[in-house]
Write a protein that binds this ligand. Sequence first.
Ligand code: DGY
Length: 412
Amino acid sequence: NAALDARARDILIANDRGGYTIPTEGLYPYQWNWDSAFCGWGFSTFDVERAWQEFDTLFSGQWPNGMVPHILFRQNDPDYFPGPDVWGTEGIGPIPSGGISQPPVAATFVRSVWEQNKDFGAERVAALLPKIKAWHAWFMKWRTSSEGAVFLTHPWEAGRDNSPDWDSSMAMINPEGVGEYSRRDTSHVDPAMRPTKDEYDRYLWLVYRGRERRWNEEELSRDRPFMVADPTLTFILLRANKDLSFMMNAMGMDTSEVDAWSERLMKGAQSLRNPDTGLFNAINLRSGEHTGHVTSATFLVWYAGMEDQASLEAIRQELANNTYPIPSLAKTSPLFDGMRYWRGPTWAIMNALIGIGLQDMGHQEEAETLRIRTRALIAEHGFAEYFHPETGSPAGGGTFSWTAAVWLAWAS
Ligand code: DGY
């Protein structure tokens, strides 16, 4: 569809702030980590140079400890809260930023862009590999459980801000002393599509705590009030790490350390399997309990290069239960809320990752069903941040960069 292709390109171009892309005007006025990586993938379909620029600017915010922050605040924008002054990271990284990371999809998109533009890409890839490796090393050092699963220390770190996967851990936090603050997200979009005040208090409480410790991981690791092993981060890092190894190998670099990380992550991924449901879910590491929720992250198992029969049966069931792509929380859950962010809505990005995984692992039919449904969803309802999984109604921010990127690179 040439008109929609053009529209998607226009969205990326309009959200380009000169070498980096914002997710959407107003609601998200900075460079977000995994959004940016998706944008690089999207740009590569019509402007490869601009794609490499996106990856370069993302990694230009990398901290000395290897962490690549979830937001890079390249200029102050009063439209967003909590901004750079709240995070208090000045002087730690090269650019004012958040103090936490986000799902490391970058290596996978770097590999994809490189494989499609071999002649043009080799130098750019060679420059990025040590940075990607340092980032993955940071995850391995500071974010892996004793079993080898990747955990988050803040709900924003997994990207799935208000997923029910964090509920039991969030309930263990008493957000004392957060005081008054004024949210900006709910002035851009309907509050019914966003996290609640109770959740927001805890998001901020965790930010204040990190700021007090100057985001020093050694100090933060002494006692973690929020620590959830997560299929999003575990499956995505495992996949990214294998793609990193592939690229390093192609460049004649030693991959033994990186391959050992993949081994460890593979074991960690197995620890996420819920003994009751047989499916992969999050674990509240403070209580040891599996959350039991079937979310879109459950179905990233193939994306990680793993095969699993129980998950295959479950995704077939999900496809049969829905006309739109996989929702962020199964409709059968009593907590399902079709408009509220990560508690039900369907997201093009998650479906793209699930679809890529299914395709890679030989589940062509399911992959194609997901792709066609995602394409129809966007074609009928626009380039929204996310969509109601039963009606397709667009929700959250409009003219959203990563939805446009997924359209260009995968769905169309
Ligand atoms: C927000 O502000 O909602 C973001 O998800 C934080 O990264």
